[in-house]
Design a protein around this ligand. Structure first.
Ligand code: ADP
Length: 197
């Protein structure tokens, strides 16, 4: 199962993505986590990415694409994966499509986790990550609206988009997600049609 998770910062993608990965036995690929790991390891890519992240701006597409392309080759992605925080621009979405078409492994579904902006701001302000100060939060929301929201239309036109209400308890939201993803699972094997005597 190959799934993309789209939603604004603070929508709860990370929390739900971890649950989804566990429930469906697929890899959880968070580009935000990858970039933070690179930053903390002080690699060249990490240092470069940090300049954008700490300003609430998107890291340039070529950097992200290189990281994702490599990560998708790993063994744990063969059973499927959930992309959390990628793609975030139309160019990334198109590059992903091209990559997956080339491998013959198209996406199965794109989930949008939708949460009203006041609620996002409230949640992010209480979180305390280094890019969670008000000015940077505002910039991340702007980046979402301008660069990532157009993807909703892109995937809607391809018949892949499902919107999930992101308000409620973690369990309630996970239940909504399962209602969308469960039907994508392989159908259970037919029981023997012999009627027991
Ligand atoms: P959030 O969704 O809360 O903003 P993430 O952990 O997904 O948090 O991302 C943190 C930061 O990492 C983003 O603000 C951005 O700078 C960078 N980033 C993550 N994924 C991408 C991506 N696909 N393209 C560009 N930048 C990204």
């Amino acid at each position: 199962m190959r799934v993309v998770f789209i939603g604004p910062p603070g929508a709860g993608k990370g929390t739900q993505a971890a649950l989804v990965a566990q429930r469906y036995g697929i890899a959880h690929l968070s580009t935000g986590d990858m970039l933070r790991a690179a930053r903390d390891a002080k690699t060249e890519i990490g240092k470069l990415a940090d300049q954008y992240m700490s300003a609430g701006q998107l890291v340039p597409d070529d950097i992200i694409l290189k990281i994702v392309q490599q990560r998708l080759q790993a063994d744990d992605c063969r059973a499927g994966y959930l992309l959390d925080g990628f793609p975030r621009t139309l160019a990334q979405a198109e590059a992903l499509d091209a990559m997956l078409a080339h491998q013959g492994t198209p996406l199965d579904s794109v989930l949008e986790l939708r949460v009203p902006e006041e609620e996002l701001f409230r949640r992010l302000s209480g979180r305390g990550r280094s890019d969670d100060n008000p000015q940077v939060i505002r910039q991340r929301l702007v980046a979402y609206r301008q660069q990532t929201e157009p993807l909703l239309d892109y995937y809607h036109r391809r018949g892949l988009l499902k919107t999930i209400d992101g308000l409620g308890s973690v369990e309630e939201i996970f239940h909504r997600i399962q209602q969308v993803l469960d039907p994508l699972l392989e159908p259970p094997r037919q029981q023997s049609s012999e009627v027991p005597r």
